[in-house]
Design a protein around this ligand. Sequence first.
Ligand SMILES: [Zn+2]
Length: 548
Amino acid sequence: MAIRTSCCMRLLVVLCLATMGTLDTASSGYAGREAESGESSKEPAKVKRNKPMSKSDADKKGTSDQTEIRDRCEMETDALLKPCLNKTGDELEECLLPYDKAVNACVNQGATPKDQKSLTYYRIPYADGTNVKVGRDFNTHNPFGRIDMHGKGGGTHRIVAAADGTIRYIQDSRTKNQWPERLFRNTRSCLNNYVWIEHANGEWSKYSHMEFGSTTIKAKLKEGQWVAEGTYLGDEGKVGCASRDHLHFQIYEIGTKPEIDSNHGDFDYHVNAEGERVRLGYLDHRNPQFLDLAGNIFTLKDGETYVAGGLPKCRKDTECPSGHFCNAGVDLDKNRCMPLKADNDTCDIAGGGHQCKSGYCKFGRCYTPHSVGWGSTCYTDEACAEGKCSDVGGLKGVCVCKADADCSSEGKYCDRGADLNLNQCKDKKADNASCDLVGGGHQCKSGFCKFSRCYTPNSVEPGGDCYSDDACKDGKCSAVDGAKGTCVCKSDSDCGAGKYCDAGLDAKINACRPKLDKGEKCGKLGSVGNDHKCKSGECSGVPKYECK
Ligand SMILES: [Zn+2]
């Protein structure tokens, strides 16, 4: 890249840094504006007085705070940048390393990237046989989480898809390189060319700075098009914020509804697994894992050179590294070693078990037999620890029960309701525990439910807790219609044959007692109405009170 007369330029750079702080740097490092601070092209929020801040105002505010942090950090470290401005290529890249490091440390307040690995393997995104040198790796790129690399040797370097996927965004209409020209202009925008591919594993890959027209015209690609790993995407270039010809490559783990900034082409927001719209940052990046033809697994390292090649081909599982299977299909050229899949990942409907960690596949999903608890995701009954899957035929459901017979033991019942997703086997209930008012008997150990309470018929001794008369051994329940009471009697007719009701003022201690024999005590001083206690039907009065 050509650099203007250094005298004039230095002056301008200093002015520029002092007044705007717009310089993103780097080997692509310019990337500075591409991601976390990606909204740099937007106006800072103007929040009106006496008006609550709206959600979108708040978002912009957060953005402008982030931009300010980056601006400050870049200004503080610009002394490390200036000596690099008259350098090019590898020399420039090397020169900018301390600057990028200092900016990263400042922006992230000393934090280092969380080196989260990609879920599956990628190939180095250059045509087979290209010698590719890594200028910035996942940890040294400014900002963290992206990778810069370039093809070595002369000529055009062809960029290819790092894995199978669907092209979601293409921008290849731009021609301008903004290094270092952008420093002189009153703009914060990186106008990059880029391609985004969405992969089946939920990760997205980005390819930036490619040559004008090389994606749509030369490679004839369109948004929405599916591409196989190794498909030509365009030519390496330096369009936008790139300090040299190189490929800026990044892997994002994205939920749904990514919101792209069409200038630099990075994503600002997405909707996460919890359904919240949240800002994407470097923590959402994944360090891509690569697999070479010899089965070696590696991540890219700063300064290293790699030979690009496809993912290892295979014909059977035994040719793959451990923890992998051979994804053998009809087209043998596409057979590749792939990591074994977790439960609920897709697998081939016919003979897909070998693709699963568990070894089991049904309805096109991996599962571990009898492993899934209530309410958790299933695609087949066999996956559920007990009961069944709420959906049939391989649709996504949760483990539930539909009938008591679905439960594993006699001591359990199916707690089924209107919401099938909540159905589950539960331990049958003891007497006095609550049960469904209608048809609740199956929930009870006894098999009986009345007034929403389990009970064993004729089991409760006088004075014991009851909710219905039926629970009392003799007599009745002191409360009615399901309120809590105790087993009592109110009159002799509440008691069985040969018994009388020992009724007192306190209904709770009333009890049925066997009728008394002759000579037994049937009253005390002052009591009346004792005759019904005696088998004979007569209780003597004062002073003895004995049955006759
Ligand atoms: Zn980059």
